[in-house]
Design a protein around this ligand. Structure first.
Ligand SMILES: [Zn+2]
Length: 101
């Protein structure tokens, strides 16, 4: 877990840990389960908004793993079409010499 907690700009406060180790299911755009990640559930003491942060480097399990169904039963939150953003996240940056300073 990171020592520096995320902060709520609107309330000018740090989020506080509400629950450790929640499981997030990310799905493909067509709804099929893709992978499960673990993070900490944080809440803003002001506006009570909830976020999940403090993810590990690797997912807990992916749809190709034999233990996937075991974790699927314990999922706390679902992101329905995460695969699109995950794909963009992992896309290598283009080397573009024209933009160099
Ligand atoms: Zn807030």
């Amino acid at each position: 877990m990171s020592l520096i907690l995320p902060c709520c700009i609107e309330c000018q406060q740090h989020f506080a840990t509400a629950k450790n180790e929640v499981l997030i299911l990310e799905c493909f755009a067509d709804g099929r389960p893709y992978r499960i990640t673990a993070g900490d559930l944080l809440q803003c003491p002001g506006c009570k908004k909830l976020i999940v942060s403090g993810f590990g480097r690797e997912p807990v399990s992916t749809h190709r793993d034999s233990d996937f169904d075991h974790y699927l039963d314990r999922v706390d939150f679902t992101i329905p079409d995460a695969a699109i953003s995950v794909e963009q996240w992992h896309r290598p940056k283009k080397e573009n010499d024209n933009d160099s300073e």
